[in-house]
Design a protein. Structure first.
Length: 246
């Protein structure tokens, strides 16, 4: 029986675990970072918490006799992706990155690219006064110094300080509807949306709503995949990779 480790926490990670769970020739273990209080658990075995860096992950791969690793973490989880690449190289365990395609602008979009959250924060004072942050709870600190704009931040769990002086949080989890996103932007009088290029259908309606309202969108670009690691854009491609000999 082959042992597959899925570094998960995403829709794609759960879908992959569900697709392979129960196969007699494959044992699947999903690893979640443990940063969400009530995560959606995938099928199969689940472990929660970090490995202790690349060396700890390499030790775990050896101890658990892992035959393949699929990195299905969030596109902005650069740390674990880097650690997975180092651990795979150290142990010789094949590694695949399962990464959904990013968002693609269409006619009518007013996107402002930002290489980082800090760069996104630098763009805001001259762009608007009421900002909708959809960047997750861990990135809010990058905006804490901005005292002349109001922020509405949406996340699954409450953000940790430091927070901007004028700040409110909306605790919610996708998928979100287009009607709901339209109403949210209007009700809160949002004039700028700040988001990450995470891709996926669950959070895409906010981009459509922003386009319809003519709002600028500060789009934080995703970090690159570790060099030399193959990438699958969807679960079907990941399954094809798993089915290859060797």
């Amino acid at each position: 029986m082959r042992h597959l480790l899925v570094l998960g926490g995403t829709t794609e990670g759960r879908a992959l675990a569900a697709a392979v769970d129960g196969r007699p020739s494959l044992r699947v273990t999903s690893s979640l970072a443990g940063r969400v209080a009530r995560p959606r658990l995938p099928a199969g075995e689940v472990r929660i918490g970090g490995f202790g860096g690349p060396d700890g992950l390499a030790d775990w791969l050896r101890a658990e006799r892992v035959d393949a690793v699929v990195d299905a973490t969030h596109p902005f989880a650069a740390g674990i992706s880097h650690n997975a690449a180092l651990a795979a190289a150290a142990t010789g365990v094949p590694l695949l990155v399962l990464r959904r395609p990013g968002f693609a602008p269409v006619t009518g979009d007013r996107w402002l690219p930002a290489a980082s959250l800090a760069e996104a924060a630098d763009l805001l004072p001259r762009r608007g006064e009421r900002i909708f942050l959809t960047i997750g709870r861990q990135g809010v600190a990058a905006f804490a110094h901005l005292d002349r704009v109001h922020f509405l931040a949406r996340s699954v769990d409450p953000p940790e300080p430091p927070l901007p002086p004028s700040f409110e949080v909306l605790l919610d989890r996708g998928p979100f509807t287009l009607d709901g996103e339209r109403a949210l932007l209007r009700d809160h009088r949002i004039d700028v949306l700040v988001t990450k290029d995470s891709g996926g259908a669950a959070t895409a309606p906010k981009l459509t709503a922003a386009r319809e309202l003519g709002l600028p969108v500060v789009m934080v670009e995703r970090p690159p995949v570790p060099e030399g690691v193959p990438v699958a854009p969807d679960v079907a491609a990941a399954l094809h990779w798993l089915e290859q000999p060797g």
